[in-house]
Design a protein around this ligand. Sequence first.
Ligand code: CO
Length: 183
Amino acid sequence: MERPYDEQTLVHDVIIYGHPTLRRRADDVSVFDDDLRQLVREMFATMEDYDGIGLAAPQIDKSIRLLVIGVPGEQEENKEDEKFYLAVLNPVITSSSGSWDFEEGCLSIPDIRETVTRPESITMEYDTPMGEHRKLEATGILARVLQHEIDHLNGVLFIDHLSPIRRGLLNGRLKRLERDSQE
Ligand code: CO
């Protein structure tokens, strides 16, 4: 899939754990205009600049229900650059199934990776940047990234899914991140 932005596109700063926007419930998007579509391009450019596979708008301090993903394509094994790009507005997970352990990280929680259990497959309804309503069935990595990013729109972070013991082991590092982000 072609890159959905160009070299001139603005790259935003990603905010880090401790910033209050990461804990806020983001607002629905109701206006689908050129400003929104420009922001979507900037989200893609920011995600790629940070080498991420997904980015939610709250991570660039915009508290709206928008996320972008860019995951490796599954069919075209020969083309390593081939990615599946998707911009998602107002997502709602309408069904999910299975259970899968997979290691996650987050651009807003640098240098921490932990195994998280989530449903393996989901069905999601969402709006496109043109305001069209769509339905998507996803499984594996795609379903995983979508669930992680949708959590961000609800102020939820992947560390919230850990057992109290494993979360406790991260406390020192999280406190440090929190301190750094407030300086
Ligand atoms: Co994240």
